[in-house]
Design a protein around this ligand. Structure first.
Ligand code: S3P
Length: 211
């Protein structure tokens, strides 16, 4: 959906920066941030590893699915999703109806570095973490690739990734969305992306892909 009150929805594999980028994007836009994993944990009263262990992954996916329905009915949110949200294409379709969906990506090497010491992600608690990440990425790649607006955070600082995401968001949502740095976050670097149908723009920085 376009319009100034469209949600900004961040999807992407674990370790691509959704939470950190979401926090700063929400601050820059002066919006409420909804971290889906945090909401699920708070409502369940138990951490995600426990939900997976005691109730199983399908139950976690059902909780995610229900929360998507709830959040897609709201507006003016920045939503940071769990990495597996793309496993059910209905989730992405529902979010796209009322928001702008941006997929954060990163190279397998960068992802591995960022999640190297993680103990909170049940899907990564495997003896060979690198093999696990590569296997999950390979399975999910077509689902992430299907999202037209993507930002590769591999070589970017968080501030640069936020700038790229907000630029895409403003291009899609319309000019009423505040520009990066409008809110009191000290400002984030502006980066340019192509704006279909808009005035000529300089080429996008490497890592930013707008459809
Ligand atoms: C998952 C990613 C996690 C969390 C859960 C499952 C996934 O969120 O939802 O552990 O299937 O990729 P983050 O992407 O925020 O780590």
């Amino acid at each position: 959906m376009t319009g100034p009150d469209a949600n900004l929805v961040l999807v992407g594999f674990m370790g691509t920066g959704k939470s950190a980028v979401g926090r700063r994007a929400a601050r820059a836009l002066g919006r409420e941030l909804v971290d889906m994993d945090a909401v699920i944990e708070a409502r369940e009263g138990r951490p995600i590893p426990e939900i997976f262990r005691d109730s199983g992954e399908p139950q976690f996916r059902a909780l995610e699915r229900a929360l998507v329905g709830e959040l897609a009915a709201r507006r003016n949110l920045v939503i940071s999703c769990g990495g597996g949200i793309v496993l059910n294409p209905d989730n992405v379709a529902d979010f796209a109806r009322t928001g702008v969906v941006v997929c954060l990506t990163a190279s397998p090497e960068v992802i591995l570095r960022r999640v190297a010491h993680d103990t909170n992600r049940p899907l990564l608690q495997a003896p060979d973490r690198e093999a696990r990440v590569r296997e999950l990425l390979a399975k999910r790649q077509p689902l992430y690739d299907a999202i037209p607006d993507r930002v590769d955070s591999s070589g970017l600082t968080i501030g640069q990734a936020v700038g790229a995401v907000l630029e895409l968001f403003r291009a899609r949502a319309g000019s009423a969305a505040p520009a990066p740095g409008d809110a009191a976050d000290g400002g984030v670097p502006r980066v340019s992306v192509e704006r279909p149908g808009g005035p000529p723009a300089p080429p996008p920085p490497s890592g930013v892909q707008g459809a």
